[in-house]
Write a protein that binds this ligand. Structure first.
Ligand code: FES
Ligand SMILES: [Fe+2]
Length: 413
């Protein structure tokens, strides 16, 4: 049954041509998965872009991926390409990758370093901050100051770059104030990007986020993950849960001895981020295949036994930090049924490849876990494509998915 509040939550401007979004939202039952059109329809996808991706703070990537002046990388959100670049003063800029002359794409390489951004069509030249520096043969009285690249908002917090494409971005200060102090110990701003893996997943972006918000699938979907992350396998097993609790109590005491706050930050009402700590199975200290260290301790982390921290940022960030490395998963919508996932591994800034860490050993755990997830997401999409798909009920362990879907529907206002 749908309440009038939910129907109101979903009220739209009626701009969707291919599907009646108001009707779809009104039919949506709390506690049940979304209807097929939410995962397949181009009109809903356009609406997602407008109401979620062009409004919210989006995790773009790492500040240390553009450590030097002129470094840049691209982010794609639907048809938008955004250049993330750093200028000589160290400031990060988010620039729309569309020339102010006649609109050509300026950067085509996914990342690189450029003293200036030169449009390949007629060679207008832009600075790293997006200012138009030169426009050949445009005449002496041409006013270059009017034709800088369009900009999005960019914020860098603890080495994490967020962008917002909206003219007036929503509040960011709460995230910065609450999450920043909990990350400082890991020194992410000075960490080194050890490896990046990018995937185009044949699934709607919401299916990829939903997959990341539950561990109902972990027992069979990720046996290797469950060997290390105890609670994932303990769902439904009382003995394991009790063992986890004992270990957590010991871990909490260790954190307290080192003065590390263990208090979680739950999602606020209507909020978009969450922070929590947890501990791995006994004898396991990091998210590696055998739970043993794979790199030197990060920043000022005092011991390998201090457990894990996780930050979830809707719509597209999962940050998991072990004592010796950090992993981020960033998800970007490409089309109604394609999502780009960028997985990044960070290690201590002075760690030497081949000496302090080996990329295959560092990355194996999350590479395997991610790829298992992409297969589950693609199978999920394939099944939803069936005309016989109907929404199904969430399990108690899928509260995170239910929360995400509720948050998503609220964005459609
Ligand atoms: S379109 Fe870029 S210089 Fe002409
Ligand atoms: Fe998973």
């Amino acid at each position: 049954m749908t309440t009038s509040t939910e129907a109101q939550t979903c009220r739209t401007t009626g701009r969707i041509a291919s599907v009646g979004l108001d009707d779809l939202c009104a039919r949506q039952q709390p506690g049940w998965s979304l209807e097929r059109a939410f995962y397949t329809d181009p009109g809903v996808f356009d609406h997602d872009l407008e109401r979620v991706w062009h409004r919210q703070w989006i995790f773009a990537g790492h500040g240390n991926a553009i450590a030097k002046a002129g470094d840049y990388f691209l982010v794609q959100i639907g048809d938008e390409s955004i250049i993330l670049t750093r200028d000589a003063k160290g400031e990060v800029h988010a620039l729309f990758n569309s020339c102010r002359h006649r609109g050509s794409r300026i950067c085509n390489e996914p990342s690189g370093n450029a003293r200036s951004l030169v449009c390949p069509y007629h060679q207008w030249v832009y600075g790293q901050d997006g200012r138009l520096i030169s426009a050949r043969l445009m005449g002496a009285d041409f006013d270059k100051s009017r034709f800088g690249l369009r900009r999005a908002h960019a914020r860098e917090v603890q080495g994490l770059i967020f962008i917002c494409l909206a003219p007036e971005p929503p509040d960011f200060s709460r995230f910065a104030q609450q999450v920043e102090p909990r990350l400082t110990q890991h020194a992410l701003p000075s960490a080194k990007v050890a490896h990046v893996a990018e995937y185009d997943i044949q699934a709607n972006w919401k299916l990829v986020v939903e997959n990341s918000r539950e561990c109902y699938h972990c027992g069979t979907g990720h046996p290797q993950y469950c060997n290390v992350v105890g609670f994932a396998a303990s769902i439904g097993s009382r003995e394991d849960t009790e063992a986890d609790q004992k270990m957590n109590a010991a871990g909490q005491a260790l954190l307290a001895r080192h003065g590390i706050s263990a208090s979680p930050i739950p999602f606020a009402v209507g909020g978009w981020f969450q922070f929590r700590r947890f501990f791995l199975r006994e004898g396991m200290v990091t998210e590696s295949m055998d739970g043993k260290p794979v790199a030197p301790l990060m920043g000022s982390v005092p011991a390998y036994e201090t457990g894990m921290l996780v930050v979830v940022g809707l719509p597209n960030l999962l940050l998991e930090v072990s004592p010796d490395y950090a992993m981020t998963l960033a998800m970007f919508p490409v089309s109604p049924t394609v999502t780009r996932a960028r997985v990044t591994w960070l290690v201590r800034g002075d760690a030497r490849e081949g000496v302090d860490y080996e990329v295959p050993r560092l990355t194996e755990f999350w590479r395997l876990t991610s790829e298992q997830d992409w297969k589950l997401c693609e199978d999920n999409q394939a099944g939803i494509n069936s005309r016989y798909y109907e929404p199904g009920p969430y399990a108690p362990d899928e509260r995170g998915v239910e929360h995400f879907v509720r948050w998503y529907l609220e964005q459609l206002v």
